[in-house]
Design a protein around this ligand. Sequence first.
Ligand code: ADP
Length: 390
Amino acid sequence: MDTILVVNAGSSSLKFEVFAAAKQLTRLVKGKMEGIGTAPHLTIKGAGGDRLADESYPCETVPDLPAAMRLVGQWLRERHDGRLIAIGHRVVHGGPDHMHPVRIDEALVRELERYTPLAPLHQPNNLAPIRAILEHQPQLAQVACFDTAFHRGHDPMADHYAIPAHYFAEGVRRYGFHGLSYEYVAGRLAAIAPEVGMGRVIVAHLGSGASLCALHQGKSIESTLGFTALDGLPMGTRCGQIDPGVLLYLLQQRGMTPGELQDLLYKESGLKGLSGISNDVRDLLASDAPGAVLALDHFIHRIGFNTGALAAVLGGLDAFVFTAGVGENSPVMRERIAKKLVWLGAKLDAGRNAAGELLISSEDSRIAVYCVPTDEELMIARHTFALVTA
Ligand code: ADP
């Protein structure tokens, strides 16, 4: 059996999935190495959720991502049947030009390294396992799938910031992220309701990272994420859209260092910063502390606010889609967000929403509202299979 390995490498974790590579891709294995460099722990599950591995390792055994990649590779070779034909990687930044996934070679890695300053917290981690595999198994096909690629059809006007134009050429511009999720959801919508999929749609990817994407005829025309994954909606620990004057104040008046500011914006803000309690929506829903109430109210307010902006860009709205951790799993959050969309014609069916059905709007809703589970890994596996069998 031919297989495809999908790799999603983060700062201290390596998520991976194995798919049987045939016309229809089937998920076989799903695993995660967490605590890389601190308290490494590997969990692997089979297709039916059965536990295949649950092991801790000494810190010295898995000090970094390449070591984690080698260990996962070894486990798969020893314990898993199948002939690995390719590895597909999630790469956060494909720069301004990559509209599609690409086969990886040394030259591409050098190009992608240039985007590290644009995504310093993600890009080096995404590239580390790629480099390790190029070094140890150069014959193995690798494919890079970019979170930015789906947004590259934007009108360039929309991707500008209103600062002197030469900064755009330098790369200071809007890119948009969560593209693999939006591409998957757009594909699902085209299958579920082709007419709706060809219309004006806003997809809300609400996980620990959160953003909205405006789709027209299945293509991204706007996104709330811009130059980095800090823009737009407040997220678990990230601030979302903020007046740049606040940053100047923190740097100039409060004497913050750039590193401290980065930590504040990426790790201490969003739901966590506002609530002072947690970055997890489940914890906030369970709490009646004023901070928890404020954080969720603000999150929902900003979703409504940004939906209005994207609906204006689309010139109206035919459908709204919830996806990712919060969007897929929380009927209460869907209901509270949908209340902000009443003016656009959204009305939920309480029973369908509670059951998490695909179509959750009522018969008399003027726009269709869907709950569509996303699957970025399957999207990567599909791209990888298509490229290596082309
Ligand atoms: P990531 O961006 O890390 O892939 P996910 O899309 O898995 O994140 O979303 C994770 C978030 O989803 C959690 O932090 C939590 O806030 C939220 N979440 C998951 N399940 C629920 C639930 N049942 N109710 C509310 N929120 C949930």
